[in-house]
Design a protein around this ligand. Sequence first.
Ligand SMILES: *[C@@H]1O[C@H](CO)[C@@H](O)[C@H](O)[C@H]1NC(C)=O
Length: 366
Amino acid sequence: MAFAVPVWLAVQEELLFGEPETINPGSATPSCFDSFTDEELFKVFHLSRPCITFISDAVRNRMKTSDFKRPAPSVDAMVMLALNFYAQGLFTPSVALKLGTNHRVSLTTVVSTMSGVIAGMSDVFISFPLTAEARASTASKTEELCGIPGVLGVLAPAHFKIRASPYDKSTFKSFINVLGYTSVVSQLICDSEGNILSVEKCCVGSTHEQDMWDSSFKGRQVEDDVHGAFRFIGGKGYRLSKHVLTPVPQPANDSEIRFNEAHAKIHDVVQTTLSSMKRRFKCLLQLGFADDGSLNKKSNIIKTCSVLHNIAQKFSIPFPPAAGQTEPPYSGKQCSSVEVATEALKARQELIEKNFGLSKRLDPLD
Ligand SMILES: *[C@@H]1O[C@H](CO)[C@@H](O)[C@H](O)[C@H]1NC(C)=O
């Protein structure tokens, strides 16, 4: 974690709420979360009370600055319903009942409204390290973990199951991913501690990760040196480049084997992050029906859960235990484009020799 929690919160609060005196710490006003015990809060929302209070305050402040005037039901109640849905993938009847019968609102409308608001907070909660100091600190933590220097984050396609209508044959086919199920896919980048640095795009499941990277906002920035000389770890589905570091396809000696092991270790972080996210936010296990026209809504839910994931990380909230079968991790299909710049190949070889070569054999890396 970059900062101890209180410092980080102070920074976010300033960004979200402006003048410190406008904050109402501890919200003395009654909230619909008061009737839950701490244990129930974790069970129903997979979050803690301070974290939920923080989220409610952030949402309330966001909504104050936009067009929403005195929304009914209350913001708290809407946050409660939405967080319940994200955590469980459905509405727990006892939670929905707390809303009372005065409000004739559709639960799904509440969730899509909340997702719009929370996804909009990604500008504050999801970002690359931007100062030289922050980049250096992120890279040094990664190096500590795996021994590869100059790495800011790990890049991967994140697949989310959806239902698609088999009657529309061509659309249906486009949703089938390399793992054989229908999904939408986003581009996820996280740091070595599992904080999400970027999430963008929401494409049909058959989209190849390299194509997403080539057309993504962050991909272009990174390849255009906007984020400095740093690299990102990518699986074998990506093309090796100046800024994307892939494993050696056929390791020929110990140095390359050691490098691939280090690569796998750090690459694992993004897979673990994704599966932990799906444990905390079960709605991600099945995003419901999709067609070409509804990808924006799916994108909002994915972004929302990414924002909430980063907030939960800062509050150090444990993940709910894994239940049932877990999805197989996606390691990538060998990138078929042969056009790897010799420049990039040479740079990777140098990195391997310098950091994983013979002279490093006795290094107590493990
Ligand atoms: C390992 O193999 C690569 C590729 O063949 C080669 O360039 C490199 O020099 C080798 N390193 C060692 C230490 O033998």
